[in-house]
Design a protein around this ligand. Structure first.
Ligand code: ADP
Ligand code: ASP
Ligand code: MG
Length: 407
């Protein structure tokens, strides 16, 4: 008997009818003789609604513990509904929350990391012949407080449970039928990738392809969990994310991603001397604010400009920290720009190929798209551009690198 973990995203559990539909798929998997653990997200739009409520109630940044108690509640609704429906359809099912399972995490509220998943309770319920329905996105810290795993965190719950149970595989059911060369909802010429390596998927997810949460791919790679990304609404076999093998596509560029969640901070005319960067960035890291791209201009007469990006959701917190530090350092100006997006091309094959960056810059230039910042790594090139050009940039880069063509 195989053990299968199936995760269904928000759009797949958006209403009772959709929940009844996925219940049929779960039952089919169970009746084929498998042990099934289902991991659910909140109903579509619910987590956004809860976050908005938390923000407006606190008139600023809500306190982490209470925020997590609130935003984790969406998953409590969906798991109970699916269990009710499964029981009604004549199958024994039990819903479990993160703290009941226990999914142990650290205490970084709203962005917690899973440390360990206890499998005893899930295994016991499976042995009793039940379908186990676990709330995604949530865990519990060592004090017993509810934590959440960051946006898209149910993917990570599912992979962590699959790894701990030594499940045969983990299926991620969503509203698209696999991983594509770019977001298929943004560009109809996007091509489905049938099989992709963990590393390639890590770079796509890290650069903004939100079809899988980055951390879920890290865990899948570490524990060797095969992950299938499939549609809840079709029987298509989807995309397999697995170890690299020789029949995998080895493109120079495997995908184009965009990230609209970035904001740009520019600090002008700061003294160019040792310790300045540390003074600016330490308060950010002390407050769990990740800095993504950083550019320091060439020094002129002992002064320099610094530009970097942070997630939009952290911009107010960053503003409160940086306005003071920048003032103390004698900076002439500080500017916050949320009207940007980050476009990346990603590919493991890029490391051995020259001319990729210049091709990317030329393609953007041809459309009159100005590049504000650039960052490169062996397998990724990212450019910050004005937000309004996001879609156009994705399309021209997808075309420039011939990604619509089957090789
Ligand atoms: P769920 O609610 O099921 O977790 P998400 O919205 O988190 O779904 O992720 C699915 C979405 O990811 C798709 O609807 C699609 O718009 C987006 N997406 C972005 N990049 C890609 C890509 N390269 N391949 C497939 N989907 C992508
Ligand atoms: N409901 C959470 C979110 O919207 C977790 C998830 O969907 O994976 O981010
Ligand atoms: Mg998701």
């Amino acid at each position: 008997m195989a053990v299968i973990v199936q995760k269904y995203g928000g759009t797949s559990v958006a209403d009772i009818e959709k929940i009844q539909n996925i219940a049929k798929r779960v039952i089919k998997t169970r009746e084929a003789g498998n042990d099934v653990v289902v991991v659910l997200s909140a109903m579509a739009g619910e987590t956004d609604r809860l976050i908005q409520m938390a923000n407006s109630a606190s008139e600023g940044t809500p306190e982490g513990r209470e925020y997590d108690v609130l935003v984790s509640s969406g998953e409590q609704i969906s798991v109970s509904l699916l269990s009710i429906v499964l029981n009604k359809m004549g199958h024994k099912a039990i819903s479990l929350l993160g703290h009941q399972v226990k999914i142990h995490t650290n205490d970084a509220h709203s962005n917690a990391k899973i440390r360990k998943v206890d499998i005893e309770l899930i295994s016991d319920e499976l042995k009793k012949g039940k379908i186990v329905v676990v709330a995604g996105f949530q865990g519990v810290d060592k004090e017993g407080n509810i934590t959440t795993l960051g946006r898209g965190g149910s993917d990570t719950s599912a992979v962590a449970i699959a790894a701990s149970l030594k499940a045969d595989f983990c299926e991620i059911f969503t509203d698209v039928d696999g991983v594509y060369t770019t977001d298929p909802n943004l560009y109809s010429k996007a091509r489905k990738i049938k099989k992709i390596s963990y590393d390639e998927m890590l770079s796509l997810a890290g650069a903004g392809a939100k079809v899988l949460q980055h951390r879920s791919v890290e865990l899948a790679k570490t524990y060797g969990v095969p992950v299938y990304v499939r549609s809840s609404f079709s029987e298509d076999s989807g995309t397999l994310v697995t170890k690299e093998d020789k029949d995998m596509e080895r493109e120079v560029v495997s995908g184009v991603t965009y990230d609209r969640d970035q904001a740009k901070v520019t600090i002008g005319h700061v003294p160019d001397k040792p310790g300045i960067a540390a003074r600016l960035f330490t308060p950010l890291s002390d407050n769990d604010i990740n800095v993504d791209m950083i550019i320091q201009n060439a020094s002129s007469e002992g002064y320099t400009d610094l530009t970097f990006t942070v997630s939009k959701k952290n911009i107010e917190k960053a503003r409160r920290l940086l306005d003071t530090v920048a003032g103390e350092m004698g900076a002439s100006m500080i500017d916050y720009d949320e009207n940007i997006s980050k476009i990346s091309i990603v590919g493991v094959g890029m490391q051995t190929q020259s001319g990729v960056a210049s091709k990317m810059f030329a393609a953007l230039a041809n459309e009159g798209i100005n590049i504000m910042m650039i960052s490169t790594s062996e397998i990724k090139i990212s450019c910050v551009i004005e937000a309004k050009y996001t879609e156009l940039a994705v399309r021209v880069l997808h075309d420039a690198f011939g990604l619509e063509l089957e090789n």
